[in-house]
Design a protein around this ligand. Structure first.
Ligand code: ARG
Length: 575
């Protein structure tokens, strides 16, 4: 573990135990970055009260225990400890990190089985920008846990079942399979749905046929199932186009849609009822997890079987949570889903706990995805008021990126590749650079800006370092140092880079990918300052300094590229 803040925490805790007894060994030393040193420890201030001693005296007692510390420890002001690390320590750690194929990233101990429910668009409706965000955030987390050595089970909980499928299948028969497939593959699910809906509302015989079709579908009639498959496969081919465009890791093997749980629903209800967790209320089978009340102070129901015998979203989620714990053997289940479903998931988790289906050893977490807003501050829509087509939106990002790099002298093919990487990088990074639960305005101009905490800026930072190596005629992999720290900009950069592994751990623990983005952005900023102040290839730079600075460039490049890869943001070689 090279993160200086963690190393320091451990050292100061040891000092606390030595000075005041083992009961102080796990007090938080409150290590923070400092204006006056590398770090400061603020623990003496609060500990002074507890020990009834002057904080300065307490601070001095801690400092005395740190006599062999690789750096200087000074008591300052009313009782702060200012800590400055030895450059030799930083250098040694940075050089070790450069030699480490994992660039300071550890492995999860013990490795976990993490089930991640993400993306989950609905068939028969256009995949919209809200699904874009759950897809991007979920995929970044999947990459991160896998990189840490955990086993990730992706679950794409497609909306692929329910009463609307009666009319969707009848509409398919009306317009013909071929025409239906073409329309669905082209991503016109919304239009398809609307056409079916219009007939359902105006044509009595269509309505009757559709209702009958729901019954034959539920009974598993082979021809109806075949038609359902035709419909779903065309829809999934469109989803896959979106996934491919985005470069997300979801495959058909990860599809575990609502339909998959059909055969489990009856037993799910039976078992819950037998346990007494589910009870009949006004003709419906309901769960009443403790602690949930409606506006009238009455217990709030989670309906798992409607009075007409039908199952719904909640029934499926009860079956799914049991399946994920028992069959998928999850240690941790993440539901990367819109924040507006928070109550639903709290109730599902509480009911599953009540039923004993969610043991303490397994954590179920709703990773809330904030709403995507338009420039008017309302839910993101096109001018005509419909929800925006995802594929068109993604294509627009690529086209705009193409315009930005148009006059950089690349041939058509290279230009196409860079535009794709910049466009997708911009859209993805925008989702990953702010906390997943905050609402934000979808704004191409901001996300495609080459300055600020954006995808293109991060990509540009890596491309710039790659170009330094091209100019030097050296491969980044062969830059080994040794690293020597002369000026403050070098020191600040090296010290910061050492925190990489700890940030990745933190992101995995908290499910907060934006912390990694923030770390990478700070990396790029510190690199800029370093590069302004520290010539690398200029004539007159001696061989030792040049080798050290190239090594710092290489380490920065590795951190940026690894970090962006973990986020799923593509990194073009040049821009
Ligand atoms: N299809 C749902 C939607 O678009 C999301 C499903 C999330 N996963 C779940 N297990 N409920 O809102």
């Amino acid at each position: 573990m090279t993160d200086p803040q963690i190393v320091l925490t451990e050292r100061v805790q040891q000092a606390l135990a030595n000075a005041f007894g083992s009961e102080y060994a796990d007090a938080d030393p409150l290590i923070r970055p400092s204006q006056f040193a590398d770090f400061q420890a603020n623990v003496a201030m609060s500990l002074g009260k507890r020990l009834r001693r002057a904080p300065r005296e307490v601070a001095q007692a801690i400092a005395d225990q740190l006599a062999d510390f690789p750096g200087t420890v000074e008591v300052s002001g009313p009782g702060f400890l200012n800590i400055t690390l030895d450059p030799a320590w930083i250098t040694a750690e940075a050089t070790e990190m450069l030699a480490d194929p994992r660039t300071g990233i550890g492995t999860a101990t013990p490795p976990q089985r993490v089930v991640i429910d993400y993306s989950a668009p609905n068939a028969a409706k256009e995949m919209h920008v809200g699904h874009l965000r759950t897809t991007i955030v979920g995929d970044a987390m999947a990459r991160i846990y896998e990189h840490l050595g955990s086993t990730v089970v992706r679950q794409n909980h497609l909306g692929d079942w329910g009463t609307p499928f009666g009319m969707l299948i009848e509409h398919l028969l009306d317009i013909g399979e071929e025409a239906a497939v073409a329309q669905l593959e082209a991503g016109q699910g919304t239009e398809y749905y609307q056409a079916a809906r219009a007939k359902f509302d105006s044509d009595e015989s269509f309505k009757t046929r559709s209702r009958q079709r729901v019954t034959t579908l539920q009974s598993g009639d082979p021809e109806t199932m075949r038609l359902w498959h035709v419909f779903m496969e065309a829809t999934i081919r469109y989803f896959n186009k979106v996934y491919e465009m985005l470069g997300v890791t979801l495959t058909d093997a990860d599809i575990a849609g609502e339909s998959m749980y059909n055969s489990m629903l009856e037993k799910t209800c039976e078992d819950l009822e037998a346990m007494g967790v589910a009870v009949m209320s006004e003709g419906a089978l309901c769960l009443f997890p403790p602690g949930f009340t409606g506006s009238d102070d009455k217990p709030l129901p989670l309906i798992i079987r409607k009075s007409d015998g039908g199952y719904g979203y909640a029934s499926t989620d009860m079956a799914a949570i049991r399946y994920r714990v028992d069959d998928l053997k999850a240690d941790r289940i993440l539901y990367v889903v819109g924040a507006d479903q928070a109550l639903h998931f709290r109730m599902v988790f509480a009911a599953a706990e009540q039923a004993g289906w969610l043991p303490d050893s397994v954590s179920a977490e709703h990773v809330q995805i904030g709403m995507m807003l338009g420039k008017d501050g309302r839910r993101f829509k096109t001018r005509s008021g419909e929800s925006v087509k995802l594929m068109e939106l993604l294509q627009e990002a690529v086209d705009r990126a193409g315009v930005i790099i148009a006059d950089r002298g690349y041939d058509e093919e290279t230009k196409g590749e860079i535009a794709h990487a910049v466009g997708m990088g911009a859209v993805k990074y925008a989702d990953l650079s702010i906390s997943h639960d905050s609402e934000y305005v979808f704004d191409f101009d901001r996300m495609l800006n080459f300055a600020g905490n954006t995808g293109p800026y991060m990509q540009y930072a890596t491309a710039r370092i790659r170009s330094i190596f091209r100019k030097a005629g050296v491969e980044p992999e062969s830059a080994r140092g040794p690293i020597v720290l002369g000026v403050p900009a070098e020191r600040a950069l090296a010290l910061h880079l050492l925190g990489f592994g700890a940030v990745v751990d933190q992101v995995a623990a908290l499910v907060e990918p934006h912390r990694l983005s923030a770390f990478l952005f700070e990396t790029a900023s510190l690199f800029s300052t370093f590069y302004e102040e520290c010539p690398v290839l200029k004539e007159g730079v001696d061989a030792e300094t040049r080798a050290s600075r190239l090594a710092l460039c290489a380490l920065t490049l590795r951190v940026l590229e690894t970090g962006l890869e973990l986020l799923g943001v593509p990194v073009p070689d040049r821009m």
